[in-house]
Design a binder for this molecule. Structure first.
Ligand SMILES: O=C(O)CCC(=O)C(=O)O
Ligand SMILES: [Mn+2]
Length: 267
């Protein structure tokens, strides 16, 4: 398989770099109120809420790397420095309670399998998410997830109402090739993928390049998702490209990935 490695700031070996302008990412907004929020945020970091003046956290500058290919549009940055990422990782390990029992199985071609990782969803009340034949109801938001969600909002202008969390105990745990194309997702919405713990390889493969006799030879895209990183998958990435986190026997440490999504209430 032909691959190319996208060199990204703060990858598994590199140091952390900051600076730059989040406006340069050029991501589309699918919601006008988000756009307004972002414009307001840029004009001033002080706002009025009721009669109280609240000082928002100082704006951070992020160094964004654009990752693009035919039908693939992603933005990558280090969202948290090492100290903060370490603290969040510890909090997640303490606070997140993963699904057990039937919710830990997926259906593939009619057969049920245990997933090779732990999984759970958190989100706004009333939402549900069907993933590989399993309908997942979210647990209510908790402070550590609110904090990550707020930081994503600050960095990207996107507000998410749902998060799917995957915990990979070591390099044997993995996720197979798939697209995030569930019917509950708001059409054309971005997905924000935040990672903590072990740095892992992450692959994108174009749909036309899959299978024994691919229709086209489009180079795969390989990323390394670092501790504290954010990968923003913009439309139409998940229409054309499949992604996976393969087994890496040499990885001995755990990793937690959170994919923040905009989910519709289909009831
Ligand atoms: O662990 C990752 O980086 C990817 C997780 C993922 O693709 C998913 O939850 O849909
Ligand atoms: Mn996915």
């Amino acid at each position: 398989m032909d691959k190319f490695l996208v060199k990204i700031p703060g990858d598994c070996t590199a140091g952390k770099s900051r600076g730059g302008n989040p406006e340069e990412t050029g991501q589309d907004k699918d919601d006008q109120s988000e756009e307004e929020h972002r414009n307001k945020k840029l004009k001033s970091n002080t706002h009025i809420e009721g009669a109280t003046f609240l000082k928002e956290k100082p704006e951070k500058n992020y160094t964004w790397k654009k990752i693009s290919a035919e039908g693939l549009d992603c933005d990558y940055t280090l969202l948290f420095d090492k100290t903060e990422a370490d603290k969040i990782f510890r909090d997640l390990e303490k606070e997140i309670i993963y699904f057990s029992g039937d919710s830990t199985k997926v259906q593939v071609y009619g057969k049920w399998y245990s997933i090779p990782r732990k999984q759970v969803t958190y989100g706004d009340p009333g939402l549900t998410y069907t993933y590989s034949g399993v309908t997942l109801s979210p647990k209510p938001w908790i402070p550590v997830l609110d904090h990550i969600r707020d930081c994503i909002m600050q960095a990207t202008g996107h507000r998410f109402n749902f998060v799917l969390i995957n915990r990979y105990k070591d390099g044997n745990d993995h996720i197979g090739e798939h697209r995030d194309d569930e019917k509950e997702l708001v059409p054309r919405s971005a997905i924000a993928s935040v990672s903590f713990g072990a740095c892992r390889d992450f692959f994108f493969r174009h749909g036309a390049s899959r299978g024994k006799k691919p229709l086209q030879r489009i180079e795969s895209v390989k990323l390394e998702l670092a501790h504290g990183s954010l990968l923003l998958m913009n439309y139409p990435t998940n229409v054309h490209w499949y992604h996976s986190l393969p087994v890496r026997k040499k990885v001995l440490l755990p990793r937690i990935n959170l994919t923040f999504r905009k989910v519709m209430n289909l009831k």
